[in-house]
Design a protein around this ligand. Sequence first.
Ligand code: GLN
Length: 249
Amino acid sequence: MCRHLAYLGPPLPLSALLFDPPHALAKQAWAPQDMRGGGTINADGFGVAWYPPSATVPIRYRGAMPIWTDPALPALAAATTSRAVLAAVRSATVGMPVTDTAAAPFTEGRWLFSHNGVVRGWPGSVAKLASRLPTEDLLTLDAPTDSALLWALLRDRLRAGTPPAEAVAETTADVSLAAPGSRLNLLLTDGTTIISTTVGHALSVRAGADAVLVSSEPVESGREWQAVPDGHLLVATPMHLHLSPLGRP
Ligand code: GLN
């Protein structure tokens, strides 16, 4: 299943997350160490998005190829510096298309979103939930995948003004209820706060004095990494980590 990460802190080159550390995201793509529930390699696409200096709307670069085969990315990542980054590599769930637009991050305005996992019984199990969305949202899903629908469900709450941590927890609860056994590691940022869940997959966090990195797997070894227990909601800023159990199963 996919791997994802989000960083907030002093500006750093994207390569410091994607390529440079011993277990950087590109390494997690072809040699992940903690893939729970199936999948061995994340070769079905990648995406990275970052906030340019003093901008609130991120720039996204994504594609349907393995992250290690994109010829432009290493130089782009070395030359691009940002204070807030979200990136993901994808292992497509069986039956779901491999297209550029199925790769996270999904985005609208200042928001970036990624999902690591699977919605069980897709699409029937969540058809009723989906039917509550405006038809136009369903007609313009990024891709016909579980992750794109999760983004549409979450985005609907964000548009309605629901506070982001609540919106993430409610979306997770709704989908867990409709599709029991789903794996729902969600990751959301607006460039100032990271909100993530652990439902069925690995997640770790490294918080320093002025930076925070949330990642499916630690990008390097070190005691400053904390594993996030399953069934939790993590709200993280460079100054503060807040971990709470997810309410409903
Ligand atoms: N089910 C999602 C997809 O196919 C996410 C897959 C994953 O976590 N590997 O895009």
